[in-house]
Design a protein around this ligand. Sequence first.
Ligand SMILES: *[C@@H]1O[C@H](CO)[C@@H](O)[C@H](O)[C@H]1NC(C)=O
Ligand SMILES: *[C@@H]1O[C@H](CO)[C@@H](O)[C@H](O)[C@H]1NC(C)=O
Ligand SMILES: *[C@@H]1O[C@H](CO)[C@@H](O)[C@H](O)[C@H]1NC(C)=O
Ligand SMILES: *[C@@H]1O[C@H](CO)[C@@H](O)[C@H](O)[C@H]1NC(C)=O
Ligand SMILES: *[C@@H]1O[C@H](CO)[C@@H](O)[C@H](O)[C@H]1NC(C)=O
Ligand SMILES: *[C@@H]1O[C@H](CO)[C@@H](O)[C@H](O)[C@H]1NC(C)=O
Ligand SMILES: *[C@@H]1O[C@H](CO)[C@@H](O)[C@H](O)[C@H]1NC(C)=O
Ligand SMILES: *[C@@H]1O[C@H](CO)[C@@H](O)[C@H](O)[C@H]1NC(C)=O
Ligand SMILES: *[C@@H]1O[C@H](CO)[C@@H](O)[C@H](O)[C@H]1NC(C)=O
Ligand SMILES: *[C@@H]1O[C@H](CO)[C@@H](O)[C@H](O)[C@H]1NC(C)=O
Ligand SMILES: *[C@@H]1O[C@H](CO)[C@@H](O)[C@H](O)[C@H]1NC(C)=O
Ligand SMILES: *[C@@H]1O[C@H](CO)[C@@H](O)[C@H](O)[C@H]1NC(C)=O
Length: 653
Amino acid sequence: MLSQAVLVISAATLAAAQWPSYAPALVSCPSDSILERTGNPISGNQTLFGAEASYIQNRRTNVLPNLWQQYLQDNATGSTGYDVMQIVQNTPNLGIAVSGGGLRASLYGAGVLSALDNRNSSTAGGLLQLANYLTGLSGGSWTVSSLALNDLQPVYELVAGINNSRSGGWMLDKSLITPDGLLGISQNGDYIDALSADVSNKSSAGFPISITDLWGRALAYHFFNQTTPSNFYEAAPHDEGLLFSSIRLTQNFQAGAMPVPILVTTSRQSEQQQLTNDSTSVIPLQNTAFEISPFAFGSFDPSLSARIPIEYLGTQLSNGQPLNSSACVNGFENAGFMIGTSASLFNAVQESFSGAAFGSIISRLLQKITDLNPPAGSVPLVANYPNSFGNFTPEGGYTFESSGNEILQITDGGEDGSNVPLYPLLVKARAVDAVFAVDGSADTSETYANGTSLIATSDKVAMYMHNYTDFPPIPATQADFVAQGLSTRPTFFGCNSTTGGNQSAIGAYPLIIYLPNSAGAHPGATNYSTFKLDYSYDEVVGFLDAAHEYTLRGFPNASSPNEPDQQWPLCLKCAVVDRARARAGMNRTAACEACMNRYCWSDAVAETLANSTANGDQASSSGKPSSGALKTPALSYMALAGAGLVGGVALLL
Ligand SMILES: *[C@@H]1O[C@H](CO)[C@@H](O)[C@H](O)[C@H]1NC(C)=O
Ligand SMILES: *[C@@H]1O[C@H](CO)[C@@H](O)[C@H](O)[C@H]1NC(C)=O
Ligand SMILES: *[C@@H]1O[C@H](CO)[C@@H](O)[C@H](O)[C@H]1NC(C)=O
Ligand SMILES: *[C@@H]1O[C@H](CO)[C@@H](O)[C@H](O)[C@H]1NC(C)=O
Ligand SMILES: *[C@@H]1O[C@H](CO)[C@@H](O)[C@H](O)[C@H]1NC(C)=O
Ligand SMILES: *[C@@H]1O[C@H](CO)[C@@H](O)[C@H](O)[C@H]1NC(C)=O
Ligand SMILES: *[C@@H]1O[C@H](CO)[C@@H](O)[C@H](O)[C@H]1NC(C)=O
Ligand SMILES: *[C@@H]1O[C@H](CO)[C@@H](O)[C@H](O)[C@H]1NC(C)=O
Ligand SMILES: *[C@@H]1O[C@H](CO)[C@@H](O)[C@H](O)[C@H]1NC(C)=O
Ligand SMILES: *[C@@H]1O[C@H](CO)[C@@H](O)[C@H](O)[C@H]1NC(C)=O
Ligand SMILES: *[C@@H]1O[C@H](CO)[C@@H](O)[C@H](O)[C@H]1NC(C)=O
Ligand SMILES: *[C@@H]1O[C@H](CO)[C@@H](O)[C@H](O)[C@H]1NC(C)=O
């Protein structure tokens, strides 16, 4: 596959933030094996990648103690009543997960993160900085990567431009595929040609390419900072060489002041597997889900339990060995390609649009790729990663379903139904205490979330994780989520854990703080269709402000459904430190007990919730209906995004 002559450069070039082009290159392999096993929590030998462990250790020692102290001692948002120093010594471990769902999910995630940022004077400010991990999937991966690669720029500036200048920021007024609009003289063709030219460099260097490469280049124009309104159509670099690992070079990362960003994707073994499986999601839940961090690529799932350093992504290995010692790869982890991968939904669209129109549009788009003369073996509709886990056998008697593949077929992280990227935050070795599950999925006909993603995650954990991870009890069905009002307000799952706060124990799970996108006080402001591939400045600001307000609203009292719960900021404090409180051997205070009673879900309270919801003790849900014509149940958000793409491409080509 890598037979063509390629540039061989020194690994030292990595120190630069920008790789010379979009094309990866061959380098000589290091003397130590680049593949390492992650171990397993049952044997007690599961480990983090060394550099990740050091990063977190540095934060725990030098960054977090002061931050937690400030947050907990800020009496303006209420006092937990706990001995703050005891909590700090038992370092709470927080994660935030931002779901998929196209640009809607990107903006929902951005609005939530802004409300959790200590540079915005909100009542939940500081939790972004306190988080050790920030995971993103598909549309959520765009937010997370943009934020991290821009050195944790304040979210408003990042998205809307500095001083609301209407310039800079994300290029959301320009559609992802047809940035120059659909009418009149248009530069759309030049734009696609510019994307193709970059991808061409990768193809001619001998690396497999697919539609995901074009997609990733388009996303880089919209979410990374070398592209501005004035140079959009010009021959500028446009971050074609931006590497995901260069997050490590930013000032905040160097200072240990940034959560570790991690993107989530999933994989299929083959097109045949996808098309013949009768599971309700596109990709069977048991397939390996991968994570992409600034340090490593791999999976803690029992079906792999292995990883490689991110620098060597794209290196083909057989049972851990390179094909030859000068055939290791650098520069494959292009940041645009990484976020394109996490949002690579073309194979899902393929399944739900078998009609003739779709066939002809896809074939025209594929022609763009074919014109680039892809190396033999390239798989057109998924992200192509030369397989670093070829002929690899995981420990514990498990098998890796793609071990026989030359190319790993990586797809949108939400294709197994688990649209909130929780898997990395359940890993025992990370011992995460509490997780914000920021869910911008379009589950309902009104384009809001209804618990579908949490149910898929819970199913995967129960059926395929074999105690490698655990998940708290949640309602059994989406109908229960809706009937109990859990799709309209924040809820804590897993408040009671029997492991004394020891999060690496078998049977331990983090406390999940579920933040579903819902109509709330701003119906219509946050439930745009996944179809929508451009947003005006006013739509962006209206969206961010609404999501910001939801994050700080909590569970309003029935008597004033649009007023935020005054106790919510305190209840968040109680939730994020609850496992550390248990480790410190303290009982809950009356203040925190009251919060837990108000926000924690259990089977015991489910019926009461359902009854009170039925009686109207909820902010009622309403909003504008989405364009639902193309929906199929589990595929809805991807199918819709796909339709938008296809529509745009149809008009373009
Ligand atoms: C973890 O322990 C198991 C059982 O003792 C062993 O088979 C496996 O090789 C170990 N894995 C690692 C990565 O050390
Ligand atoms: C908050 O209240 C606690 C206990 O009442 C007190 O010890 C602490 O100094 C106060 N913090 C601030 C910042 O005022
Ligand atoms: C883009 O982000 C990089 C990485 O943080 C930073 O060094 C650079 O100054 C940023 N450029 C602009 C124009 O903001
Ligand atoms: C943004 O506004 C602040 C306060 O008005 C000003 O100090 C700063 O220079 C402005 N920044 C830019 C890039 O215009
Ligand atoms: C990319 O390919 C084009 C030809 O398609 C070539 O002109 C250009 O020099 C290449 N860029 C790099 C950095 O190799
Ligand atoms: C399809 O999924 C089922 C369970 O969901 C699994 O048993 C089966 O092996 C899968 N088929 C393929 C081809 O992966
Ligand atoms: C929840 O969302 C799923 C996925 O779109 C949908 O099939 C189901 O009908 C929805 N159920 C409820 C109760 O909203
Ligand atoms: C998982 O743990 C539970 C309780 O500790 C145990 O009953 C079960 O057998 C374990 N399952 C596996 C696959 O190890
Ligand atoms: C803080 O958030 C509010 C509400 O969304 C927003 O209007 C404001 O611009 C933000 N301020 C900064 C400095 O980010
Ligand atoms: C915690 O509460 C239990 C039951 O009320 C009580 O027996 C125990 O002494 C308390 N522990 C501490 C440390 O206060
Ligand atoms: C947690 O445990 C306490 C005491 O054991 C109990 O009162 C409470 O109802 C439980 N909460 C949940 C959400 O299960
Ligand atoms: C919920 O409502 C049902 C039907 O009205 C009633 O039978 C049941 O007792 C109620 N449960 C609670 C906990 O209020």
